[in-house]
Design a binder for this molecule. Structure first.
Ligand code: 5AD
Length: 352
């Protein structure tokens, strides 16, 4: 316990740890030590952000995807996936409903859909920024060239989420097909930050072949890269992927990693992910209690939600309508002494 606390203090002070220290911490997923990390993490969150939790409405606007990630239900090889894409009008409608319920950030997420090319995305972003000038737009549409990223930034997009998935090139290669490259992913992340996006990376916990060494490498990568946002959720198998029979990732280890991220960087925008909420009924609240300060409810039209199936049971976490959703979330958060913030919830600032 003493050694555990000493390492947490060192992480808070230096924002980094040795590989050995990471491995030591990552083996301590038992309740008692996890609680120590969570308490420290939550205290730091409240010190930096108060008791508010930022919300983002996520619009999953297309599940067409040219990538073939082995873990993901919307990979192009999954012929059973029923494909859909929303048009501009439908997406704006989601934002409008979301805005009325108090969302001031819209996260537009899709597979790598060639129909929604950069030109169309730029127009969409411009329209959303024009209709909702006080709102932030976050994009999560995969890998693009630096000039495409720049066009999207110039169109008004504020933030970009692109999980690195694994900081270890060999592990990355185990969970992706050969044509998807680790170096390209890393290059995209560097480009995004360089352009000026509030940039988010992240990874799943418990993907096939992942070891604690790999997770330590993920934490080392994050401490060096200094992203503005980090998305961490458990791996959950999808029945129509090559990883259908693999084990689900550990919720406890996910919670510990969230706390360690918070302690490493108190300014971080850190969501309690949908995957965590899917795995555990109170996953989101536990995430917030472990240091998360962002929740991203789904505001996509009900008819398409079940089709954006990255993993099994994905849509059990959220009720349908954005209004019910927000009031339920508010209730849950107030039960743990926290409340929803109506506002963009930007990162406090960091030179890119
Ligand atoms: N389980 C959990 N998370 C997944 N993602 C994709 N497939 C799964 C899965 N089976 C995550 C990836 C991706 C994000 C949008 O969803 O990390 O970056």
């Amino acid at each position: 316990m003493k050694q555990f606390s000493i390492l947490l203090d060192e992480l808070q002070r230096d924002g980094r740890l040795s590989r050995e220290a990471w491995l030591y911490l990552l083996q301590r997923t038992g309740k008692e030590l996890r609680q120590i990390a969570a308490q420290k993490a939550e205290a730091l969150t409240i010190e930096h952000f108060g008791n508010g939790v930022f919300v983002r409405g996520i619009v999953e606007f297309s599940n067409y995807c040219s990538n073939d990630c082995l873990y993901c239900g919307i990979r192009c090889s999954n012929k059973k996936a029923e494909r859909y894409r929303l048009d501009e009008k439908e997406i704006i409608e989601c934002c409008r409903a979301g805005f009325e319920y108090g969302f001031r950030t819209f996260v537009l997420q899709s597979g790598e859909d060639r129909f929604w090319n950069t030109g169309k995305l730029c127009k969409l972003v411009e329209k959303i920024k024009k209709d909702f000038p006080e709102c932030a737009v976050t994009l999560s549409v995969g890998e693009l060239s630096k000039s495409d990223f720049r066009s999207l930034f110039e169109a008004g997009a504020d933030r970009y989420l692109l999980r690195h998935e694994s900081a270890d090139p060999e592990h990355f290669a185990m969970i992706h097909p050969p044509r998807q490259s680790w170096s390209k992913r890393m290059e995209c992340l560097a480009d995004l930050k360089d352009i000026g996006f509030q940039t988010g990376c992240g990874f799943m916990v418990g993907t096939p072949g992942q070891t604690l060494e790999h997770l330590a490498a993920d934490m080392e990568f994050i401490s060096g890269f200094q992203p503005h946002m980090v998305g961490i959720g458990p791996f959950i198998p999808h029945c129509d992927t090559p990883f259908a029979d693999r084990q689900t990732g550990s919720a406890e280890l996910t919670l510990l990693l969230l706390s360690l991220c918070r302690i490493m960087d108190p300014q971080l925008l850190l969501p309690a992910t949908t995957a965590l909420g899917t795995l555990m009924p109170e996953g989101r609240e536990l995430g917030v209690l472990a240091g998360a300060n962002v929740v991203m409810p789904n505001i996509s039209p009900m008819e398409v939600r079940s089709k954006y199936s990255l993993y099994n049971n994905k849509n059990i976490a959220d009720p349908g309508c954005a209004g019910v959703l927000k009031s339920e979330l508010q209730k849950k958060l107030s039960s743990i002494g926290r409340k929803i913030v109506i506002g963009r919830g930007d990162h406090g600032g960091r030179s890119c």
